[in-house]
Design a protein around this ligand. Structure first.
Ligand code: NAD
Length: 241
């Protein structure tokens, strides 16, 4: 029997126990911050210094954080699973890569990259940005911004993700509230193509009723347990769910 093809979607909840705040909830990043000011092109045009301050803080925190047991378990799943595997993350941190994940798409961008709005060149960038930062490609200043997908902008890799969802047998959603589209529609798309679906989250998400199976608890506990169980089952050649 052909091994199942897996698509995993992760959100801020998988990095919460690495010390990176989620967006929503009592300690969420959006508490006290208006996302329109720091995470939209219009906010950047109005006050780029404020946007840089917000992302400089997130870049420093994100790059200093350590991957946790849930990131490590997903890297192990990718390595030990025989079939196709794709990890799609809404996260802009690099904790999946730190844990060893290889087949990964950052649909909302990467905290460690910047883009020049003058010449469109992208660069790896691990230090602070300011309104004076000069683009290494075109030499102009004032246009450098985080390579992050802001509200009103189009997420990345949607064609590749659509193809993977169409062909997957198992869709696993981890640590995401189901508030942000199009990621919130992935479960319906996977189901439309007859995939089994599982939600692993602290609590039922907005789309919880769409999932065929669910485990609730901390990502560092439920993700390694799920991966162990899945690898043990598929090693015996039984069904993917
Ligand atoms: P969200 O804040 O809307 O939801 C997080 C979800 O994770 C919630 O459902 C919550 O119950 C769950 N959660 C919290 N702690 C958890 C834990 N320890 N274990 C398991 N689940 C836990 O985040 P989202 O759905 O990813 O929202 C999407 C946006 O958040 C994306 O655009 C993403 O770029 C952004 N974001 C990313 C990071 C990061 O890169 N680490 C951090 C904050 C926000």
């Amino acid at each position: 029997m052909k091994p199942p093809s897996i698509v995993v979607l992760t959100g801020a909840g998988i990095s919460a126990e690495s010390g990176l705040g989620t967006f929503r909830g009592p300690d969420g990043l959006w508490n006290g911050i208006d996302y329109r000011e720091v995470s939209t092109p219009a906010g950047f045009a109005r006050n780029p210094a404020k946007v840089h301050e917000f992302y400089n803080m997130r870049r420093r925190n994100g790059l200093a954080a350590q991957a946790n047991a849930a990131h490590v378990a997903l890297a192990r799943l990718e390595q030990e699973h025989d079939g196709d595997f794709l990890l799609v993350t809404q996260n802009v941190d690099r904790l999946h890569e730190q844990a060893g994940s290889k087949r990964i798409l950052h649909m909302h961008g990467d905290l460690g990259r910047v883009r020049c709005t003058e010449c469109d060149a992208e660069h790896e960038w691990l230090t602070d940005l300011s309104t004076d930062t000069v683009c290494p490609s075109c030499g102009r200043s004032g246009g450098m911004r985080p390579a992050i997908v802001w509200f009103t902008e189009m997420p990345l890799y949607l064609n590749e993700i659509g193809t993977a969802l169409k062909n997957c047998d198992l869709f696993i959603s981890i640590g995401t509230s189901g508030n942000v589209s199009p990621a919130s529609y992935f479960v319906a798309e996977a189901k439309r193509h007859k995939a089994a679906t599982v939600e692993l989250n602290l609590e039922p998400s907005e789309g919880a009723t769409l999932f065929g199976d669910a485990r609730y608890g901390k990502a560092t506990e439920i993700v390694p347990a799920f991966v162990d169980e899945f690898l043990a089952k598929t090693a015996k050649g039984s069904a993917p769910t």
